[in-house]
Design a protein around this ligand. Structure first.
Ligand code: RNT
Ligand code: ZN
Length: 424
């Protein structure tokens, strides 16, 4: 597999360092800044969002996993083993994002309104051993009480109460995880509620959702343990005409109630880029969660790659000087390729985009902007596109002790042979 040898990586880095210093960028400092970046890996990419409840797997929710690559993780031990493999191929120290359905309840069935911190003991111990943070999500899908298409916004009181209790349990768990690990745990609420065809009453469900959220968030926790967030969506499969938790709904809710907003890159109009929204939101809020994803036609969750949308996002975070305010969580799921490969592609692409944003000579762009010379500004943006970013990236991988270039694929090939292929 493609790999530049160590000597050449070091030489190329020294060269790149000089080039970047000519445009006022200190590459050594950027490498240090990268140490402060911790992105969250979606545990659900490892098992096609099946979870450990022993049910039939992902159902409803307007999300869909396709593909049948062999080797899906079937339990907590396998999932953690796979995550460790993925993390070993990603430079830096990162986080893992859990969903409530990844509770480990032994052989006992525990419904979602009954789960508690003890069911995440193994995850917590594992996170401690690996010195990583954990994030959390209540799971409002793949459950008989979600079959009507409505959960927190359901007109049925019994159903709604069940999900409110699940939301409360999840926050309790998330804050306990944050406390245990000494690292703030982001607890993100996303619900699938909506309808395939035109509703006659859009208002009622939104009022109910507001009340349900009020109840869930009425319990106060220490913000150093938990950051609450709410995630909007434009449409999903089976909710094409109406989504209760729309962008406007949650933006208003978040600002009024001091919870963070979550923007998922795949949850807006196909030509709408969320990069422009960051400065608008951060004018009014100190926190923002981004679900880094890739929308393709009607699917909002393809594996993230280094494309223009991703670069627009990271450059904007950098230009807002907001890497300490914006939490970055990957959100994708693809079962048609090796699942560990999927994690590593998405994580490396995101980190590369972050690094490129930190290496961009923004001050020179601003200089032209402040002079009013927008032609120069645009020209410089174009010229800066081919600065030797890859030489700094290779050095970063080398320094962090992870495989450089495409050589990580050899590790996956071996793992597939030795571990995944034996999962029958
Ligand atoms: C679904 C949302 C949500 C999920 C995860 C599994 O459209 O993006 O974030 O992807 O909770
Ligand atoms: Zn998402």
């Amino acid at each position: 597999m493609f790999r530049i040898d160590e000597d050449n990586i070091n030489k190329a880095y020294e060269q790149a360092k000089k080039i970047f210093s000519q445009v006022g960028i200190d590459t050594d400092k950027v490498l240090e800044e990268m140490d402060k970046i911790h992105i969250s890996l979606p545990c659900w990419q490892g098992d096609d969002i099946v979870g450990f409840e022993g049910g039939e797997g992902l159902t409803g929710g307007g999300i869909l996993v396709t593909g049948n690559w062999p080797g899906r993780a079937r339990n907590g031990d396998e999932l953690r083993q796979d995550l460790e493999k993925a993390l070993s191929l990603i430079p830096g120290k990162h986080r893992v994002n859990l969903h409530a359905i990844y509770a480990e309840t032994g052989n006992k069935f525990v419904d979602r309104d009954q789960i508690s911190i003890e069911h995440f003991e193994k995850w917590i111990n594992w996170a401690k051993e690996n010195e990583i943070g954990l994030d959390f999500n209540p799971t409002f899908f793949s459950h008989e009480k979600a079959n009507s298409g409505f959960t927190l916004s359901s007109k049925n009181k019994e159903i709604r109460t069940f999900w409110i209790n699940h939301g409360k349990k999840s926050r309790e768990i998330a804050s306990a995880i944050g406390k245990e690990l000494g690292k703030q745990c982001v607890n993100n609420v996303w619900i699938p509620d909506g309808s395939k065809d035109l509703p006659a009453d859009r208002m009622e469900h939104r009022k109910i959702l507001k009340d349900s959220l009020d109840e869930i968030f009425s319990v106060k926790y220490d913000k150093s343990d938990i950051l609450d967030s709410v995630e909007s969506k434009l449409f999903g499969i089976g909710s094409e005409s109406y989504v209760v938790g729309s962008h406007e709904f949650y933006m208003a809710y978040a600002f009024k109630n001091d919870v963070a907003l979550c923007l998922d890159m795949g949850h807006f109009h196909p030509t709408e880029n969320i990069a422009d929204k960051i400065s608008a939101i951060l004018t009014f809020s100190d926190d923002l969660l981004i679900h880094v994803s890739r929308g393709v036609r009607w699917d909002s969750d393809h594996v993230v790659i280094l494309n223009d949308e991703l670069l627009a996002l990271t450059k904007e975070i950098r230009r807002c000087n907001a890497y300490d305010k914006v939490r970055i969580a990957l959100d994708f799921f693809d079962a048609s390729i090796n699942r560990i490969t999927a994690w590593v592609i998405g994580a490396r692409a995101t980190l590369k985009a972050i690094m490129i944003s930190l290496l961009e000579p923004v001050h020179l762009l601003r200089e032209e902007e402040n002079k009013g010379n927008f032609g120069n500004r645009l020209a410089l943006m174009e010229e800066f596109k081919d600065l030797p970013y890859s030489s700094v990236w290779d050095k970063y991988c080398l320094d962090k002790g992870v495989p450089t270039n495409a050589s990580w694929l050899e590790v996956i090939e071996r793992y597939e042979e030795e571990v995944l292929s034996k999962r029958k």
